[in-house]
Ligand binder design. Structure first.
Ligand SMILES: [Fe+2]
Length: 307
């Protein structure tokens, strides 16, 4: 049996690093366990954002989460991109690198969106080959995240969980399991999210994502702009139990409240961990009210946030 989490550590409870929180983090050094950065926000940036990241990376474990690998695209792999990705990972001693099971562009254009791919034997062979090349280049297992989706394809023949499970088997990649994405897709495509969880190869899940979404009554949109809903927390309870403890991160990318609020939201995960409580250094528990405004553009969070 494969080593649990591919040998990667359980980092505890983390928060997505966002520039609006830089001053708070630098001033207060909050007791969050780790941060996840959007890789593209720092790959090309020098100056203050990168200087700040370097300071934060000296104090906290950093994980890199990409939105432009485009593993499902028919464009050739972008080795300039991979070179920068690898360099950044070395610079900040990233614990691991992740991206999404999706495509983000074609003919050299980046849509800044995480677009779904048809799931069939042909696309599986395509993604499998590209994953092998990418992992060979990075010299480490890459984590792939299950995306949220709003359409399915008539020529999809493989359930998403099986597609990901076979990728794990045949490429030795890891998984980033976004339980909110499972929930969003389950409502949009009318499947049972618990059945999805039944088929996840949990020994290869290295990280979980949690986030809020927007309920548009006929469908859900993965907006990352609010608290995690109870049904998603209940899915997380199962995921946590099946992994035996897993690095868990809250994504909050629009209507971003003060850092204490975001941190308090991820700390709620402790209530769903059963007997698998991790040893964390988290201590902040300010549960002040969330600042909400209008619903943001649904694709806001995938646009690079370089400032
Ligand atoms: Fe996610």
């Amino acid at each position: 049996m494969a080593e649990a989490r591919l040998g990667y550590p359980n980092l505890g409870l983390g928060v997505g690093l966002r520039t609006v929180h830089f001053p708070h983090i630098l001033k207060h050094g909050p007791g969050v366990d780790w941060f996840e950065i959007i890789s593209e926000n720092f790959m090309d940036s020098g100056g203050r954002p990168r200087y700040t990241l370097d300071q934060i990376a000296e104090r906290y474990p950093i994980v890199m989460h990409g939105v432009s690998l485009s593993i499902g695209s028919t464009d050739p792999l972008d080795f300039e991109y991979l070179k920068k990705l690898k360099k950044l990972a070395e610079d900040v001693s990233a614990c691991w690198i992740s991206d999404h099971l999706c495509w983000t562009g074609v003919a050299g254009r980046n849509t800044h969106d995480l677009l779904p791919i048809p799931l069939n034997e042909s696309t599986f062979a395509h993604v499998r080959e590209r994953m092998r090349v990418v992992q060979d280049y990075l010299q480490q297992p890459l984590l792939l995240e299950n995306p949220s989706s709003y359409v399915t394809f008539a020529d999809s023949t493989i359930p998403e969980w099986e597609f990901l499970g076979r990728l794990v088997e045949e490429t030795q990649c890891g998984l980033l399991l976004d339980v909110n994405n499972i929930y969003v897709s389950s409502v949009n495509h009318d499947f049972d999210p618990y059945e999805y969880l039944e088929h996840v190869p949990f020994e290869s899940v290295v990280q979980c994502h949690l986030a809020g979404h927007t309920n548009c009554s006929t469908h859900l949109i993965d907006t990352h702009d609010s608290e995690v809903i109870d049904r998603v927390w209940e899915l997380y309870r199962v995921a946590h139990q099946r992994t035996g403890g897993i690095a868990t991160l809250l994504e909050w990318d629009a209507n971003i409240p003060p850092f204490e609020v975001v941190h308090a939201e991820v700390l709620k995960a402790k209530q769903y961990m059963g007997s698998h409580l991790p040893e964390t250094k988290s201590s902040e528990s300010d549960r002040s009210a969330t600042q909400k405004s209008a619903v943001p553009h649904p694709l806001h969070y995938v646009a690079p946030e370089v400032q």
